[in-house]
Design a binder for this molecule. Structure first.
Ligand code: GAR
Length: 195
């Protein structure tokens, strides 16, 4: 049985599209059955709709600062679609420890750096400032601490001398689109588990 996957987005959704496309393969062990955005204007929603994937918007602004009620609404949606695995793909809301713990070992995130380096925002700019020679992306299980959690897969690229934030970001993004589907495949097949 294929695992039922929800993808959570906040914006462009290019990683979401990479997952949707990978999951179209007959032998892929997961199917994308739901895309949820916390922003009604996320461009990724249109891409999901044009791929025929059901979408839901749970606008965090409507909940004021009430994270608990926001997460209850999210949880309701995930339960309605009988979700097995959740993939965060550019989902820019912090989730509370109780929500994260409920999905322990069943929620993945992609982060644009070689964790544990450069947690948080502006990873490409910070990598250039630090002068690293390699940079990349990480897929990991989500734990309450931000951008931490057992690593499932990483990919790296060389940093070029003339790289700008934009050129480096573009090269890493291409890599993200390769590693996220591979990581989800491994988790869906039970080949990788959070310890
Ligand atoms: C991706 O680069 C992803 O790694 C990053 O946001 C971008 C979303 O792009 N995520 C984070 O920074 C999470 N901390 P996308 O919407 O085109 O997939």
């Amino acid at each position: 049985m294929k695992k039922r996957v929800a993808i959570l987005i906040s914006g462009r959704g290019s990683n979401m599209t990479a997952l949707i496309e990978a999951a179209e393969a007959k032998d892929y062990p997961a199917e994308i059955v739901l895309v949820v955005s916390n922003r009604p204007d996320a461009a990724g929603l249109d891409s999901a709709r044009s791929s025929g994937i059901p979408t839901a918007v749970i606008d965090h602004k409507k909940f004021g600062g009430d994270r608990l009620t926001f997460e209850q609404a999210l949880d309701r949606e995930l339960r309605e679609y009988r979700i097995d695995l959740v993939c965060l793909a550019g989902f820019m809301r912090l989730l509370t420890p109780s929500f994260v713990n409920r999905w322990s070992g069943r929620m993945l995130n992609i982060h644009p750096s070689l964790l544990p380096q450069f947690k948080g925002l502006h990873t490409h700019r910070r990598a250039l400032e630090a002068g690293v020679t390699r940079h990349g992306a990480t897929v990991h299980f989500v734990v309450p601490e931000m951008d931490a959690g057992p690593i499932i897969l990483q990919g790296s690229v060389a940093v070029h001398e003339n790289d700008t934030e934009e050129t480096l970001a573009a090269r890493v993004l291409e890599l993200e689109h390769q590693i996220y589907p591979r990581a989800l495949r491994a988790v869906a097949q039970g080949r990788t588990k959070a310890r």
